[in-house]
Design a protein around this ligand. Structure first.
Ligand SMILES: Nc1ncnc2c1ncn2[C@@H]1O[C@H](COP(=O)(O)OP(=O)(O)O)[C@@H](O)[C@H]1O
Ligand SMILES: CC(C)(COP(=O)(O)O)[C@@H](O)C(=O)NCCC(=O)O
Ligand SMILES: [K+]
Length: 274
């Protein structure tokens, strides 16, 4: 297949709350693959392959984008991964690369059960690559339904991490158990000492959450042999990253760019050809 038929590259990160999609194309000058479009959809596990194909078709049309020539799929919300795979095959004639530990020979997953690691965490491993120039270790904090801490070692080593209850899930759990508490927006109040119910709740949920994140990052850092760089990503990261003291960078598209890097790493043989 002539190289140009493989672009654009579609990357699809299917989480438990959102499905984030990106389209990447080679830069005219450098040949580097850059994201030209990104979209965020609700992950709806009821959707069938034809539904997903329609959604994707509409998104591409709305944005005036070229249909994909290749694709990478990462899913932690079955059966959406399988259904996207079928949609891409049947409607776009694309055979997607599925992210899993066994599909990535260049990654060393240093866990008790390497196959059990979430695909999104492997994408973050690739996304962390560019932060590892001056550090041996990186910690990606991915604020999704769950808040994942992915500890990455230079040389594509997945060293382990932490899975913490997500901020929205914590908030929902509290509201469902406490009859008099109002539902609130997860925003930082002006001060930690709240003068009303809403601000007091926001303080607990947002500042409390930030302290949990900072505390875990300090613990993780203390267990590593040399300093680690830390990067925040995921839906809730925008709100919380500025409040956390232990977070060095905020990178909204780290997971998607990781998926692009992953695709490149699995297609090394043809690098330079596109
Ligand atoms: N665009 C957004 N801006 C701010 N918060 C968001 C946004 N999208 C999702 N969130 C919040 O982020 C969390 C879920 O993140 P998301 O990346 O959608 O999860 P997942 O990776 O599990 O699909 C929830 O707390 C949600 O309220
Ligand atoms: C921890 C997760 C639920 C996070 O999913 P998300 O919050 O992004 O929807 C997902 O990465 C997962 O199902 N992981 C499998 C267990 C593991 O990584 O150890
Ligand atoms: K995610």
């Amino acid at each position: 297949m002539p190289p140009h038929h493989r672009f654009p590259l579609l990357v699809v990160d299917i989480g438990n709350t959102s499905t984030v999609l990106g389209l990447a194309e080679p830069d005219q000058g450098t040949g580097e693959l850059n994201l030209s479009h990104t979209w965020r959809l609700r992950s709806n596990r009821e959707l069938l392959p034809d539904d997903l194909a329609l959604q994707l078709h509409s998104l591409l049309n709305l944005s005036g984008a070229t249909p994909p020539g290749s694709a990478v799929l990462s899913s932690v919300a079955p059966p959406l991964g399988q259904n996207y795979r079928t949609a891409l095959r049947q409607h776009f004639a694309v055979e997607a690369l599925e992210v899993s530990a066994e599909n990535l020979p260049d990654v060393s997953v240093e866990l008790d059960q390497p196959g059990a690691v979430g695909a999104d965490r492997l994408c973050n491993l690739y996304g962390a690559g560019r932060y590892l120039t001056h550090h041996e270790y990186a910690v990606v904090v991915d604020f999704g339904t769950s808040t994942n801490f992915d500890v990455i070692g230079r040389g594509r080593r997945f060293l382990g991490g932490v899975l913490a209850t997500g901020a929205q899930v914590s908030a929902d759990a509290l509201f469902s158990r406490a009859a008099k508490l109002p539902r609130i927006a997860l925003e930082a109040p002006a001060t930690a000492i709240g003068k009303n119910t809403v601000h007091a709740l926001q303080s607990g949920l947002v500042y409390g959450y930030a302290e949990m994140v900072d505390g875990l990052l300090r613990r993780i850092r203390s267990e590593l042999a040399s300093p680690a760089v830390t990067i925040a990503t995921g839906g809730f990261a925008r709100t919380i990253q500025g409040i956390c003291r232990e977070i060095d960078h905020y990178d909204e598209t780290l997971t998607l760019r990781g998926m692009v890097e992953l695709w490149v790493s699995q297609n090394q043989a043809s690098v330079g050809g596109w």
